[in-house]
Ligand binder design. Structure first.
Ligand code: ZN
Length: 626
């Protein structure tokens, strides 16, 4: 389960921890033993918390594949590539030659690589580009008149200050640390790439620098999932000033004052200057694998499919901000027993049960153990782009994510009814689901909180986006969520077996019911399209929202591809739809999700603006009135 931390308080309201559920009937004892074995393997030390990039993740994949095979499923892996997080790898070097003069800067004292940086060597000329801003709507361009192609660019953080004449094109009234749109590092980085710079050297503005001009911590941007394209360093003001003075005869403060005075760019190439960097950063590409097991159906429904899925990846040794345990938890094994060794265990058990049915009739069942979920639903998105059977013929998808914490509810006012409680999302996404889930609820003596929406920060979301009806089974958040304390010992396996049996009933129903469930769009759920990664930056959000869902896995180039528009939202009303790539907002080029957020932050209700998208290779301008 992948929940933006700032949504957690809401989720906790729904789910209250209570004592354990009674033991199941003796006939279930064998199933419980099997599941216990699977759970303790997946959430054991051998699988290393199943973090992307660990050998344990591969071990877990092999284990699931073996279970699928043993259950008689046609089993295969679905490999794809994810970016590993960058790591510092040895010291970095940064030297400059200005004419005959040499300036050598010290790693960690004068400069550091940032978490955006690629590794390797770069020897190139140097251009000072002021604040590195290109803002056509403000008629301001730090790159005008200089050629940054193939060169280092020195970029001051934040924006120029308003002039004495009162030119306030750049709003600097927000406190340091809270970025205005053009101040976002990501936006400056995108702009440097746009101008074909070969390396970026950030220098703090006076306000951000304060007294000690602290260098940006590598970890601040380590987990942003931004593709590494070039060296991105942070150099102290004093060092940058020495370089500028040697090459231009002007200090940094002088250049800043000139820039601020008329609010005119003062960009210039440093004459006879070359910068030579050797950056100690490694960033691996990691091949990860979904595990797919197919069980063919038979009879008139055999051509249709029901997908049953659960993600088997977790946080490994913490994965930075994805851990809720903060800094002390980094480097510690995150067992991920509930999240989601529980669901994966349930998935394998269901594969066994359905695999054991002789001459099974009904729809084909495709069991998928997804990977890369915690980083942003990568595995299920990949599956949806490369389904083993067409999604058009996929009647429904059932997702198991965190099913190990079934607990009795707090009881009614007399304290008599303490039925175990769980949550099922997506009950409104298929026209028959309310009834099917209701029947199972009664049969299993549970209290099910039914949430109609199909958005829920887990893999079913990827299918819902493709208009497949989804059900997501979930027993709730808890204090061990995304912490090293989510251990297999804390799972009530007999109670979990009950959820698996309930899921068994649902899958049986979905695979054999003659009528295929009709997809229904829902607006509810964990709906917060703009914040799947609250750590990506600190751009202030404006009051205007388009209600579109960014595609975080988009690698197609500039712009922000959208995965879809929320029903009834502003974006949908102006005609935005899946696949559109937003490339410009009110004259501001948009090159990434971050850039999109920054540009939207300048929009205000009641002010019409132009939005430019590319659709089918064509630029399409749209008028938007928030
Ligand atoms: Zn999770």
């Amino acid at each position: 389960m992948h929940v933006p931390p700032r949504l957690l308080p809401f989720a906790f309201v729904l789910l209250v921890a209570m004592p354990a559920v009674a033991q199941p009937a003796p006939s279930d004892v064998e199933a419980v033993a099997r599941m216990k074995k699977d759970l303790f393997f997946l959430a054991g030390p051998e699988c290393e918390g199943r973090g992307v990039g660990t050998a344990g993740l591969d071990r877990a994949a092999d284990y699931v594949a073996a279970a699928f095979k043993a259950a008689g499923l046609k089993t295969s892996f679905q490999p794809f590539v994810m970016n590993g997080f960058p790591d510092l790898d040895g010291p970095s070097r940064l030297d400059f030659a200005v004419g005959d003069m040499e300036l050598a800067f010290k790693n960690k004292t004068d400069f550091v690589p940032t978490g955006y940086s690629s590794g390797g060597k770069l020897n190139a000329p140097v251009v000072f580009v002021g604040h590195g801003i290109t803002a056509p709507n403000l008629k301001y361009d730090d790159y005008a008149g200089v050629d940054a192609k193939g060169k280092w660019v020195i970029v001051i953080r934040r924006t120029p200050r308003p002039t004495e004449k009162g030119d306030k094109r750049f709003d600097t009234t927000v406190p340091a640390g809270e970025d205005t749109p053009y101040a976002a590092l990501r936006m400056k980085l995108d702009n440097a790439v746009e101008h074909k710079a070969a390396g970026v050297i950030f220098v703090s503005d006076p306000e951000t620098a304060g007294k000690d001009d602290q260098l940006i911590a590598f970890d601040d941007h380590k987990y942003t999932d931004v593709p590494a394209r070039l060296p991105v360093l942070h150099l102290k003001r004093a060092a940058a000033s020495r370089l500028l003075q040697a090459a231009l005869g002007k200090t940094l403060v002088q250049l800043e004052a000139e820039n601020d005075a008329e609010l005119k760019p003062v960009s210039v190439e440093l004459p006879k200057t070359r910068g030579e960097g050797d950056i100690g950063v490694i960033r691996k590409e990691i091949t990860v694998r979904n595990v797919v097991g197919v069980l063919e159906g038979s009879g008139p429904l055999a051509d249709e499919t029901v997908v049953v899925g659960a993600h088997y990846d977790h946080l490994g040794y913490g994965s930075g901000p994805l851990s809720m345990g903060g800094n002390p938890a980094q480097g510690k094994l995150h067992y991920g027993a509930d999240d989601n060794a529980s669901g994966t265990t349930g998935l394998m058990e269901l594969a066994r049960r359905f695999g054991a049915i002789k001459d099974r009739r009904g729809r084909r069942l495709v069991f998928v153990a997804f990977t890369g979920e915690e980083r942003g639903l990568f595995g299920s998105k990949y599956y949806c782009e490369h389904p083993v059977v067409p999604l058009a013929k996929t009647a429904a998808m059932v997702n198991l994510d965190m099913i190990g914490r079934l607990r009795p509810g707090p009881g009614d006012w007399l304290g008599l009814t303490t039925k175990p409680r769980m949550v099922v999302y997506g009950t409104g996404t298929g026209d028959t689901f309310e009834r099917t889930v209701g029947a199972a609820e009664t049969r299993y003596g549970l209290k099910i909180l039914k949430i109609p929406g199909g958005i829920g920060r887990s893999d079913h979301e990827s299918f819902y986006r493709k208009r497949v009806p989804v059900l997501f089974l979930f027993t709730g958040l808890h204090d061990q969520y995304h912490r090293p304390t989510d251990t297999p010992e804390s799972i009530d396996v007999p109670a979990m077996a009950k959820v698996v049996s309930l899921c068994d009933d649902l899958v049986l129903d979905l695979s054999t019911a003659l009528a295929r469930p009709r997809f229904q769009e829902q607006s509810g759920g964990f709906e917060d399209p703009l914040s799947p990664n609250p750590h990506a930056g600190n751009v202030k959000l404006g009051a205007v929202r388009l209600g579109v869902r960014p595609d975080y896995g988009y690698m197609g180039g500039d712009g922000m591809r959208i995965e879809g528009a929320t029903a009834g939202g502003l974006g949908q009303r102006v005609g935005l739809r899946e696949g559109d790539v937003i490339v410009e907002i009110a004259g501001v080029p948009v090159r990434s999700v971050q850039g999109y957020m920054a540009a939207m932050a300048t929009r205000r209700p009641g002010q019409e603006f132009e939005l430019v998208i590319t659709r089918g290779g064509k630029r399409v301008p749209l008028r938007v009135l928030p």
